[in-house]
Design a protein around this ligand. Structure first.
Ligand SMILES: [Zn+2]
Length: 265
């Protein structure tokens, strides 16, 4: 079975340091990085890969979000003829808050995540909650490498898990979750990170997640991918299989044939 893919931009992470993604980049170069969600449609089904950040997160997790992300996501779904209750499955590449916070819009959807990711996220959140308010604020104000490494971007996972209840579908390893949609562990960015392989009319696409944050990361493994060996092995597999790799925060995706929106435009 093949699926169509729509790339939906929901908001922007302003003033990200390029050096967080590309080794040896000048430390003073910043850029605005889009946050995307991917809508997969086939045989009447609607699946989302990641749901993006909430522009007004309840916790300070160390990054800012520009744009009304929920309005943007709902608007683009409506334009595609998809109501929130039509979304039956959400796949999370990983549980960092900039990829999961709009799950709250989809009260019916089953949410697919790797067991390793879920366990690591809950442990990291518990560690962060044991820090003092000052310690957490200092981490949030620091570079991405520090806040990510400390697990701060996972703060909010326990509440999400409680809200999802029985709708949370925990998988182990490579699993075809629907005909033509396969999740596969890709590590690198987080230990339980997964990428999503989608059969399309154009061949197999790989919604890479943050193992390929920027397009250049398909060739150059950066600081956002601390497990370079895992990332390298996955990228080698992707190259050999000739998957079309879809990055997670690449501005040039706005020119991709599957891109359908401009955030809040
Ligand atoms: Zn991430």
């Amino acid at each position: 079975m093949t699926w169509t893919v729509s790339i939906i931009e929901v908001g922007v992470l302003p003033d990200c340091r390029l050096a967080a993604y590309v080794p040896d980049a000048p430390t003073d170069v910043t850029l605005d990085l889009p946050c995307y969600c991917w809508l997969l449609r086939g045989s009447g089904a609607a699946v989302l890969v990641d749901t993006g950040p909430d522009a007004e997160p309840p916790e300070d997790v160390g990054y800012e979000v520009a744009g009304d992300t929920r309005a943007a996501l709902l608007r683009e779904l409506r334009a595609a003829g998809v109501a929130p209750h039509d979304v039956t499955t959400i796949v999370h590449t990983h549980l960092h808050q900039d990829h999961v916070q709009n799950d709250a819009l989809f009260a019916r959807a089953e949410v697919v995540v790797q067991r390793r990711e879920l366990e690591d996220a809950l442990q990291a959140e518990a560690r962060c909650r044991s820090l003092s308010a000052d310690e957490r604020a200092a981490l949030a104000a620091g570079p991405y490498g520090a806040s990510q490494g400390a697990g701060l971007w996972y703060v909010g996972t326990a509440a999400l898990v409680a809200w999802l209840g029985a709708r949370l579908r925990v998988v182990d390893g490579e699993v075809e979750i629907l005909p033509g949609i396969t999740v596969t562990p890709s590590g690198g960015h987080t230990t339980g990170h997964q990428s999503v392989l989608v059969e399309t009319a154009d061949g197999r696409a790989c919604i890479a997640g943050d193992i390929v944050s920027l397009a250049v990361n398909a060739e150059v493994i950066g600081p956002m991918t601390p497990d370079a060996a895992a990332a390298g092995a996955f990228l080698e597999r992707a190259r050999a299989a000739r998957w079309e790799l879809i990055p997670s925060h690449e501005p040039a995706l706005r020119d991709h044939r599957w891109y359908v929106s401009a955030a809040n435009g």
